[in-house]
Design a protein around this ligand. Structure first.
Ligand code: SF4
Ligand code: SF4
Length: 91
């Protein structure tokens, strides 16, 4: 199986009313030259659209990579509320 196929085996219970990760300030993203979140997130949750970055947390793996690689500490990162988030299934 490819990495993508393995990831697709997992399941998610998304907390649509309270995203567990947020970008703090899009103005900072505009100035962020390399935008590492857009290529370091294994679930491709961050997508560059022009100068801004759009985040969707539905497929988040809760790995914490985005929080570590953001050079401006511009990500408000929390675990999902109890009962929500990724359900890992190994294959
Ligand atoms: Fe914005 Fe941080 Fe991503 Fe840069 S790495 S684009 S500052 S969220
Ligand atoms: Fe992507 Fe991991 Fe950040 Fe979730 S925690 S958005 S999977 S880098």
């Amino acid at each position: 199986l490819t990495i993508e196929e393995r990831l697709n085996v997992n399941a998610w219970d998304t907390d649509i009313y309270r995203p567990h990760i947020k970008i703090k300030d899009q103005e900072i993203c505009r100035k962020c030259e390399k935008k590492p979140c857009t290529y370091m997130c294994p679930a491709k949750c961050y997508v560059q659209q022009g100068e801004i970055v759009v985040l969707s947390t539905e497929a988040c793996l809760e790995c914490g990579t985005c929080r570590v690689v953001c050079p401006y500490d511009n990500i408000d990162w929390n675990y999902p509320r109890s009962g929500f988030g990724v359900w890992y299934r190994f294959s």
